[in-house]
Design a protein around this ligand. Structure first.
Ligand SMILES: Cc1ncc(COP(=O)(O)O)c(C=O)c1O
Length: 463
């Protein structure tokens, strides 16, 4: 039977998240304190995060119960649809079958509320009244603002200044849910003031905004910080995506040959592929499914970065994480995929990349928008610039299938819509986008600064 989309009932929303920690090829190198080089203790993270989230971060349990209150909020938009990209298949004349899971149906328009709702819930349970965070594209800030509204909490969002200017309606959306939105770097924090003193025209970066949000959380009562990607518990909350997708594809006896997603901090892609990785590791997978992560050539953390301990933020307030990094002093070029401009990457994803369990690829924003424009015309949904990177990779894979006459099953994650990204589309249609490639020398420069700061990293890097 031919179909366009597959839906599930509300009762089919999974009741457990999948935690990859016990199934990794080696334990994740722990977050460390740069002064002592010792692993950070859970108590040291309590200043920032709810206790339950720290427990999940360090957990080795494979399945973690989703609280009923969280599933109740999920019901507003979950289960999300799984589409067959019939229009794209036809346009490419490919024998490949292309499916996509669409997370743009959530109120904020992306996958981000899958974790935001969980994080707000656990903080509310522990008596926290306000959450602070950073946002790049505005998707994560919107998600947290929405989630906090659902649990009657306050939110303060430090929004990277260039996005704040490019996306005024994202700010208004966050304010509609009751959030306070501050362009970063700002005069509100000591870290913001320091940056502004040295670089008055700084466009901001996620690293700077994280520093501001952390400072705000640490200095204020009943306030904690919330992170939208990178950490294990965040990625785990996103596995609801892959778990639903599996149920949907099982209905039609399909199993993907390849799973493709974009990576900024790694949460959406991990959310879709982890459950399939579990199939592989537990011998249940009927195919040798490949996992392909796609990043921007303007922020090539995995394809050009170094795998080394680095801070998550510019002001070095966070512990150091072992990850692919462009260096915490990285200031990204002003490309439109705001969510893909982070200097680091999820440590779990980096570990899997080191072991060859996933592959990574980078595309520039012109080729990405070419793919997005085609997708919009043949599938009807306007993709956010971030998942448009995955669309570009899917198109390349589907064309490869055409050349080789292979009928592979390709699955990708359309993790958000692009209806707040009209400025990006306008720039694209008017030929104002640049195909930016972040130069290797600049990566080396930032990593050089990191090594100057922490000479003990030299041996780790063979620098
Ligand atoms: C729509 C969208 N996709 C992808 C990302 C990248 O983050 P992650 O790799 O954690 O999914 C973002 C981040 O803000 C985003 O807003």
């Amino acid at each position: 039977m031919s179909f366009k989309k597959l839906l599930l009932n509300e009762e089919e929303i999974p009741n457990k998240w999948y935690n990859i920690a016990p199934d990794l090829p080696e334990p994740i190198p722990p977050p460390i304190n740069p002064k002592t080089r010792e692993p950070v203790k859970p108590e040291q993270l309590e200043q920032l995060f709810a206790k339950e989230l720290i427990k999940q971060e360090m957990s080795n349990e494979r399945w973690i119960e989703i609280p009923d209150e969280v599933r109740e909020v999920y019901k507003i938009w979950r289960p999300t649809p799984l589409y067959r990209a019939t229009g794209l298949e036809k346009a490419l004349k490919t024998p490949a079958k292309i499916y996509y899971k669409y997370e743009g149906v959530s109120p904020p328009g992306s996958h981000k509320p899958n974790t935001a709702v969980a994080q707000a819930y656990y903080n509310m349970k522990e008596g926290i009244e306000r959450l602070t965070t950073e946002t790049g594209a505005g998707q994560w800030g919107s998600a947290l603002a929405f989630a906090c509204a659902m649990f009657n909490m306050k939110t303060t969002v430090y929004m990277v200044k260039i996005s704040y200017n490019q996306k005024p309606y994202r700010k208004i959306l966050m304010e509609s849910w009751g959030a306070e939105v501050i362009p970063s770097p700002s005069e509100k924090t000591e870290n913001g003031k320091r940056i502004l003193k040295n670089f008055p025209n700084s466009p901001g970066s996620l690293g700077i905004a994280i520093s501001e949000a952390i400072e705000d959380a640490v200095k204020n009562e009943r306030t904690k910080y919330s992170l939208g990607s990178v950490l294990n518990h965040v990625l785990m909350h996103q596995t609801i995506i892959g778990l639903e997708t599996k149920k949907q594809l099982e209905q039609i006896n399909e199993y993907p040959d390849a799973i493709i997603g974009c990576i900024g901090g790694g949460s959406s892609f991990s959310g879709i592929f982890w459950p399939y990785y579990y199939d592989k590791i537990s011998g249940k997978a009927p195919k040798e499914t490949e996992f392909l992560a796609v990043e921007s050539t303007a922020c090539p953390s995995v394809t050009k970065g170094y795998y080394v301990y680095d801070h998550g933020d510019t002001a070095r307030l966070t512990p150091m994480l072992k990850m692919h990094t462009l260096g915490h002093t990285f200031v990204p070029p002003p490309i439109h995929a705001g969510g893909l401009r982070y200097h680091g990457m999820a440590p779990t994803l980096c570990l899997l990349s080191k072991h060859g369990k996933i592959q990574a690829k980078a595309y520039n924003q012109i080729e990405v928008f070419n793919a997005a424009a085609l997708f919009t015309r043949v599938e009807g949904i306007v993709p956010a610039p971030e998942p448009a990177h995955a669309i570009k990779a899917v198109i390349d894979e589907a064309l490869k299938c055409k050349r080789k006459n292979q009928d592979k099953t390709l699955l990708f994650l359309l993790c958000g819509h692009g209806y707040f990204d009209m400025k990006a589309y306008e720039d694209y249609f008017n030929g104002r986008l640049q195909p930016y490639n972040y130069p290797k020398e600049k990566v080396d420069e930032c990593i050089g600064k990191l090594v100057e700061l922490y000479p003990w990293l030299k041996s780790e890097l063979n620098y």
